[in-house]
Design a protein around this ligand. Structure first.
Ligand SMILES: C[S@@+](CC[C@H](N)C(=O)[O-])C[C@H]1O[C@@H](n2cnc3c(N)ncnc32)[C@H](O)[C@@H]1O
Length: 296
């Protein structure tokens, strides 16, 4: 049994990669002020057979995890949560969007988590289905919360190629009168826009939902590796520590290690633990670093 909140336990978690158990107990084993990033996709309300959490009780279910994560997060650290709306199946809201996601965001903010940004994960290849009087679900939320006022944030790591062509980039660079006021009185110097090496990606992150994206991934709700990659690069320094308390098939751990971060995750269901273990082993076998890092 791990000793509460000590760095040796954390080192053990990081070397194991995936730990079988209830995140509530395992989060309590993390030392305070030790984690750079909690990145996770918890079970969505009422959605999957592996964890049925009624949307009316979702906030009270999630808050104990959030409290443990708050205690373990560094002052510069973050909690990033991927979550999705759902339609209420019964009760007075039947047929409408249930507000549990928004209730959760407000509850986390009240707890002390600083609500930094709401990202939209756009899924260009979302599958059609029977959604009632609405179009198909083609986005999910990714909420970024920070522990302190100066969270680690690396925009450079997530810049994307400029859309403008070479001629336009050259023209802007040569423009000596970049800042032109409009009639409204505002103007921006656009000559420097293209000196940064890439464009700000914005808060809509487009990543295809990769059904069976990883050879042999059996988890029914595995997230695409590209989504994990974006947020880990953005919110955790190299060599920093990433924990996924609802690790599923281990996507966060595999991607974080590949990116040179130290990483571990918790998972309550044995079959997903096995899957995550296999993926971690495959990636380690490919010589991908991460598990080799030592606790400083
Ligand atoms: C949405 S899935 C995560 C999928 C994961 N991001 C991936 O790419 O494979 C949520 C996971 O949380 C697990 N889970 C639910 N309650 C848990 C708990 N109390 N402790 C640890 N894991 C839990 C579920 O078994 C499920 O695998």
């Amino acid at each position: 049994m791990p000793i509460e909140g000590d760095s040796q336990t954390l080192a053990h978690f990081l070397s194991e990669g995936i730990i079988h158990g209830d995140a509530k107990d395992l989060l309590a084993c993390l030392p305070q002020n030790s984690i750079d990033l909690f990145f996770t996709s918890p079970p969505y309300a009422d959605a999957r057979s592996y964890s049925r959490i009624h949307p009316d009780h979702y906030v009270e279910w999630f808050l104990p995890f959030a409290e443990e994560m708050f205690a373990a997060t560094k002052d510069s650290g973050s909690l990033i949560v991927n979550i999705k709306n759902r339609v209420a199946k019964q009760g007075p809201l039947k047929g409408q969007r249930h507000p549990y996601v928004y209730e959760l965001v407000l509850a986390l903010q009240r707890m002390g988590w600083r609500w930094i940004e709401t990202y939209i994960w756009a899924k260009p290849n979302a599958v059609p289905g029977k959604f009632g009087p609405r179009t198909k679900d083609s986005f999910e939320y990714v909420y970024h919360f920070a522990r302190g006022v100066k969270p680690y944030f690396d925009l450079e790591a997530v810049r994307v190629p400029y859309k403008a062509d070479f001629a336009e980039i050259a023209r802007r660079k040569a423009d000596r009168l970049g800042r032109r006021n409009t009639k409204a009185g505002f103007g921006r110097d656009r000559t420097k826009t293209y000196l940064l090496g890439g464009a700000d990606p914005g808060n809509v992150v487009t990543v295809p939902q990769t059904y069976n994206q990883y050879r042999g991934v059996a988890h029914t709700a595995a997230m695409p590796e590209g989504l994990a990659e974006f947020f880990i690069k953005m919110a955790c320094p190299e060599g920093g520590i990433v924990i996924d308390p609802f690790a599923g098939g281990g996507t966060t751990i595999v991607v974080a290690r590949r990116l040179g971060r130290r990483a571990a995750g918790f998972e309550i269901h044995e079959q997903f633990v096995e899957e995550a273990r296999r993926r971690i082993a495959e990636n380690s076998a490919m010589g991908i670093p991460g598990y080799l890092f030592k606790i400083s």
